[in-house]
Write a protein that binds this ligand. Structure first.
Ligand SMILES: C[S@@+](CC[C@H](N)C(=O)[O-])C[C@H]1O[C@@H](n2cnc3c(N)ncnc32)[C@H](O)[C@@H]1O
Length: 273
């Protein structure tokens, strides 16, 4: 005989979440109740949340650019601030697509360090037809990204930065987006426990100054970008000057875009024509 767990009333749920330190307990309770399929499911989800699992991992999805993006446990949770990277990429893609190259119909977009694939999924949603390629080194992220973008014809590869991409893409990429890890190693300990404990270190740690992966992305970008194509990376306000230097050192023409609302900084490097 199976014994059903006691039903959690909405107010008891809020109280439990609040006691566990969830600041937006009412909002979380609403999301958990609307996502759980059964009372037993809800009880298990609440237990996982109270144990400290990020809300998005408990729900199985994160809201990003108005989309529900699937996020599996152990995969980086897309952040609100990264919506600015999407806005910037979409704006530059708009500029690029006004004069498409004669040998193709859709702009070519590569989402490196794609994690759940949220950035590519949002670009597909915003712009429709893209030739989208995504890649990540983490098999869990790749599986998740496939769920989020493969239905739209995007291809997702597993491997180190550019290594798994088809070589036929060289010199053809209009937009290369990379939300690579950029937290300096010694600042990892200062991150909220949800990130420190439940997201992979490789998704966060960018080396001594946080820019190790970005430097590798920038160094190889000119080989993959079309003439006039753009590399866009998310960075922090204080790291942006060094990101700009890296772009300049690799022959990319840099500009910096910031959003006060989203507390976000994006450096854009344009491949000369
Ligand atoms: C900060 S997360 C960003 C994920 C996603 N782009 C987003 O914005 O939600 C960084 C991602 O980079 C991936 N990564 C780290 N080093 C990598 C490498 N050398 N090659 C490919 N992916 C890498 C991690 O696995 C992680 O998924």
């Amino acid at each position: 005989m199976t014994v059903s767990p006691p039903l959690l009333s909405p107010s008891a749920l809020v109280t439990r979440l609040r006691a566990a330190g969830c600041v937006f307990a009412e909002d979380e309770a609403r999301l958990l109740m609307s996502t759980a399929r059964t009372p037993a499911d809800l009880a298990a989800m609440v237990d996982r949340r109270v144990d400290g699992l990020p809300l998005e991992h408990v729900l199985g999805w994160a809201e990003f650019c108005g989309l529900r993006v699937a996020v599996d446990p152990g995969v980086f949770v897309p952040r609100r601030r990264t919506e600015f990277l999407v806005h910037q990429a979409a704006a530059h893609l708009g500029a690029t697509t006004r004069a498409p190259a004669p040998d193709r119909t859709h702009p070519v977009v590569v989402d490196l360090c794609c994690g759940s694939g949220a950035v590519g999924a949002a670009l597909l949603d915003a712009l429709g037809h893209l030739e989208l390629y995504a890649a990540d080194i983490d098999p869990a992220a790749v599986a998740c990204a496939r769920r989020n973008v493969a239905a739209d014809g995007a291809r997702v590869f597993e491997g180190d930065l550019y290594e798994p991409l088809p070589t036929a893409l060289r010199g053809r990429v209009d937009i290369l987006v990379a939300n690579a890890p950029y937290v300096p190693s010694e600042a990892i300990g200062l991150l909220p426990v949800e990130a420190r404990v439940h997201e992979p270190r490789a998704a966060l740690d960018g080396g001594a100054d946080g820019l190790d992966v970005q430097r590798r992305v920038a160094a190889e970008a000119p080989l993959w970008l079309a003439p006039g194509g753009h590399l866009l990376v998310e960075t922090s306000e204080c790291q942006a000057p060094r990101t700009v230097e890296t772009f300049l050192g690799n022959g990319l023409i840099p500009t910096v875009a910031t959003s006060d609302d989203l507390n976000a900084t994006v450096v854009i490097g344009t491949n000369p024509t």
